[in-house]
Design a protein around this ligand. Structure first.
Ligand code: ADP
Ligand code: MG
Length: 257
């Protein structure tokens, strides 16, 4: 019943339905600290829903889900589960950064203001301190020259890098990426993957839903193939990509590789 303190993410039999449609049918998965886990699978297989469950955007119907040893959304007391209050959920969510396919930057704020917003507004960091740190983060994602630009003055790749810097500004323990390059023109994909690669090398724990098989092979410590709400196959990315064991993995890879 207790979370394994050693895992950053641990899912046991996670289920989620929307109405009568069961989208997650018992997900089992473990992500160790510092590990990069890439998730692939057909559209509609439940990848986004699973990330959203990890980040408290959806509530699971059954199973158990822990982040950094804490049960997501619940507290165990006397053998019973109690739902956390909104304030407690917000505290848990602070440790998780998420980057979406659509960058969702605030359009009326500069790159730097976008990055500074949450540390100041949510964490109560002093604005001057947050700005100094924000400039550092924007430099880290290669946007040191762009701190005062508005989103509409930036390319899609640059906006996505601002979104990554914005997530990092909260100093998360875990970063979730949901197809971060799928909305980008092909020539802009590389600059975003490079930033993600750097982040992986710095030791960040990452779960990355992606169609970029090259990234999965080179950067991922493990590759998970999801289909129809379950983890069909998982393991070393090179092994899964070159020698998939399950017929469903084989069929999927034969279409995308
Ligand atoms: P993936 O990210 O792998 O493409 P999703 O997790 O987005 O898959 O979706 C899995 C299934 O759940 C899809 O059939 C989708 O239509 C359905 N779904 C996702 N979110 C909702 C929702 N809020 N309400 C109803 N159905 C949803
Ligand atoms: Mg999705």
């Amino acid at each position: 019943m207790t979370g394994d303190g050693a895992a950053m993410v641990r899912a046991e039999g996670v289920r989620k339905s929307f109405g009568h449609v069961e989208v997650l049918k018992g997900i089992d998965l473990e992500v160790a600290p510092g590990e990069v886990v890439c998730v692939i699978g057909p559209s509609g297989s439940g990848k986004s829903t699973f990330l959203r469950c990890i980040n408290h955007l959806e509530k699971i119907d059954a199973g158990r889900l822990w982040v950094d040893g804490h049960l997501v959304g619940y507290r165990e007391r006397g053998g019973k589960l109690h739902e956390l209050r909104d304030r407690e959920v917000a505290a848990q969510r602070r440790d998780i950064g998420m980057v979406f396919q659509r960058f969702n930057l605030f359009p009326h704020m500069t790159a730097l203001e976008n990055v500074v917003e949450a540390p100041v507004g949510v964490k109560g960091v002093r604005r001057e301190e947050a700005r100094a740190r924000g400039v550092e983060l924007l430099e880290r994602v290669g946007l040191g020259e762009r701190v005062h630009n508005y989103p509409n003055q930036l390319s899609g790749g640059q906006q996505q890098r601002v979104a990554i810097a914005r997530a990092l500004a909260m100093e998360p323990k875990l970063m979730l990426f949901d197809e971060p390059t799928s909305a980008l023109d092909p020539e802009l994909v590389g600059e975003v993957l490079d930033v993600m690669r750097g982040l992986a090398e710095s030791g960040m724990t990452m779960v990355v839903v992606t169609h970029e098989m090259g990234f999965a092979r080179e950067v991922g410590d493990s590759l998970v193939f999801m289909d129809d709400g379950v983890v069909v196959e998982a393991g070393d990315p090179r092994r899964v990509l070159t020698d998939p064991q399950h017929p469903r993995t084989q069929a999927f890879l034969s279409k995308v590789l």
